[in-house]
Design a protein around this ligand. Structure first.
Ligand code: IMP
Length: 440
């Protein structure tokens, strides 16, 4: 089988699929891990023995001392939050000197966060349910060609100039539309000075570094944040995030051509969750949904909000497989299903009286969809110690087989607990090849 030298990892549902754990596991074999979109709205939890790390900007690869970590040009970065994240990691003995920031990434500044919160308040019951991190306003400024790029972190004079240009308009919007007091230029410069000192030296041309490393045959992992259904174009718009979360964005968000990436792993939970507002056909508001939330500790890493929970939805999974070009699946949190009497899997929807097996184009249609389930008997065995596919109970294997068949993409990896070690790698999968071909 051909070697796997570049692998994109994306969420195949509404985010929170457990990408952090999978990326951490795979990054031990990577020379480089690059993020390509999103910002600190992401919350990747990595558990290593007794240590729990909650990462927001920094790629999960930072926990591996030999892995170079890049924040790509497609990202939006909050310098104050990034400094706090790095300090926290350093305090816990993690060397963060392998992090580099693309000069072309955009900055999330105080006024973006204020605008995010003010927008949500104004939308009232039509709110998106954002993480409140300023993601939408920062991307909006980028597209309006008035954002401030990370290159300014390395040049305090330029940062001051850009801020002086940006602030009058931002303050006018905040004051006149939202009744917010606005921000003072000098106070902002003082607030950001330490972050500029700390982060400035990390700002480089990450795209040429990446291209050079790939030309040398180095192994690269592209770390997606959020998930397919939160994609700005293909997700459940307007209840989405403000970036391209699909695999194709790995190329543009790091400065490569599309052919540079050869494999795409979709991370998918054995059930479904969603935070924030918007349609969610398999949401289960009964006891089963509560059980999934409690057993799976389904509370947001970034906001602490309880996640909405429901059964696995093969319709959205097939859609995610198509828009990402998935070449394999990593099924996470299978252990959470232990002890459930019956396990449901949605194979199709009933939409306005018709059975459909595809994801409807329109948002209005999706809110009208009712899932049609196939039910499976559950199992009682604790899966947390299982390390080989064959050792899984037959009922769990039957469920996984049905999941794989209904999505039409093979399962490469199954996660049975939050720890690195609680991982099953399927034989002859692209992940087994990835794991066995470390470039020394
Ligand atoms: P924003 O990205 O903060 O603008 O939020 C937009 C939508 O994306 C909201 O529904 C959020 O809950 C959701 N969202 C953003 N980041 C994540 C994530 O990392 N996991 C799950 N949902 C997310």
């Amino acid at each position: 089988m051909e070697p796997v030298n570049s692998l994109v990892i994306v969420g195949a549902q509404w985010g929170d699929e457990g990408k952090g754990k999978v990326i951490d596991y795979l990054s031990s074999k990577a020379d480089l891990v690059a993020r390509f979109q999103g910002g600190d709205n992401a919350g990747h939890t990595v558990v290593y023995g007794a240590n729990i790390f909650k990462l927001h900007h920094v790629p999960s690869g930072i926990l591996n001392p030999n892995t170079l970590c890049l924040l790509g040009n497609g990202m939006v970065i909050n310098p104050l939050v990034l400094v706090r994240e790095l300090d926290e990691l350093e305090k816990r003995g993690i060397d963060t000197s392998n992090l580099r920031i693309s000069a072309k990434a955009h900055l999330i500044l105080s006024y973006h966060q204020a605008l995010d919160e003010a927008n949500e308040l104004m939308l009232a019951d039509k709110k998106i349910g954002t993480t409140g991190r300023g993601i939408g306003p920062a991307y909006a400024d980028k597209m309006l060609r008035r954002g401030i790029r990370a290159s300014a972190l390395a040049n305090p004079e330029l940062f001051g100039e850009r801020l002086a240009e940006a602030l009058p308009l931002q303050n006018r919007i905040l004051k006149d539309i939202f009744g917010h007091p606005g921000f003072d230029l000098k106070e902002m410069i003082d607030l950001y000075r330490p972050a500029l000192e700390r982060l400035g030296p990390l700002v480089i041309d990450t795209a040429s570094l990446l291209a050079k490393q790939m030309a040398e045959g180095k192994k690269v992992l592209f770390e997606g944040a959020q998930g397919a259904l939160l994609d700005i174009d293909h997700g459940t718009y307007p209840y989405v995030t403000s970036s391209s979360t699909v695999a194709a964005a790995a190329a543009s968000g790091t400065g490569l051509g599309p052919a540079s990436v050869n494999k795409v792993l979709g991370v998918i939970k054995a059930y479904t969750t969603r935070v924030g507002e918007g349609p969610f056909p398999t949401e289960d508001l009964s006891e089963a949904g509560d059980q999934l939330r409690e057993r799976g500790s389904e509370f947001g890493t970034t906001t602490g909000r309880p996640r909405r929970c429901g059964w696995f939805d093969a319709v959205i999974a097939r859609y995610a497989a198509r828009i990402n070009g998935l070449t394999g699946l990593a099924v996470t949190k299978l252990d959470v299903l232990s002890g459930m009497e019956v396990i449901n899997l949605a194979v199709s929807y009933r939409c306005r009286g018709q059975e459909i097996d595809y994801f409807p184009e329109g948002f209005d249609d999706l809110s009208q969809c009712e899932p049609l389930y196939k039910s499976f008997p559950g199992w009682d065995e604790d899966l947390s110690r299982v390390r080989a596919y064959e050792e899984l109970p037959n009922a769990a294997k039957d469920f996984l087989k049905a999941l794989e068949d209904s999505v039409g993409v093979r399962i490469d990896l199954v996660s049975v607990g939050p720890d690195r070690s609680q991982t099953i790698i399927c034989k002859d999968s692209q992940i087994e090849i990835w794991s066995n071909t470390r470039q020394e």
